[in-house]
Design a protein around this ligand. Sequence first.
Ligand SMILES: [Ca+2]
Ligand SMILES: [Ca+2]
Length: 211
Amino acid sequence: MSAPRSFVAGLVAAFALAAAGTAGAYHTNFVASRCNSNPPTAISHITRDASTTAALRARWEGYQWAGGCWNDNDVDDSPGDPPGVAGTGGEGGDCSGFTFKVWRESASTSDGGYYEWHPLRFVHGPYTAADFKAGVGAPNATMSKADTSRMDALASTDHIGMIYARNADGSDLIIEAKGEAYGTNLWTRTYRGSSSYGGVRRLGWASVQPN
Ligand SMILES: [Ca+2]
Ligand SMILES: [Ca+2]
């Protein structure tokens, strides 16, 4: 038998009050205190090497649902936030926000150009993991998983991670913003073998690094 609704509501209210009283325990105010809204820098081209470097800069940083701002101190500055709450304002991207930023995409879905966002620029971008999986937006396209290279992505309707390296056993080293309890990092994943994951490519990589 389930508890009476009023009792459950009372518990929820009591929890909310308790949480408010100890807001500092998880409200690190990272976005409010550290992040900015500076415009991105339009750049002439992107390379897989430069985006790999940008992705690795976020390694060991936090995860924030609907987030998109991190520093580079190799520490999750906002651990233990309640998952799935955009308003907690913690450090880190979520899976799709991280991909958007590393892929140097425009805030406009019709613009396939290249935009460098500072790590401390708070931006999520217009795409969910499902959007990426479907190839939504001018910069993005679906592709065969077999043809993927470094910094292409494997996406499902609720997650996306970028390929850092393919392993001989058919798994991949994936760089991804995984979740509140995990942060952003490199992990061995078997997404490639899952029918729920497809290949996604950021269009327009240049083959040569700028001087
Ligand atoms: Ca950090
Ligand atoms: Ca967090």
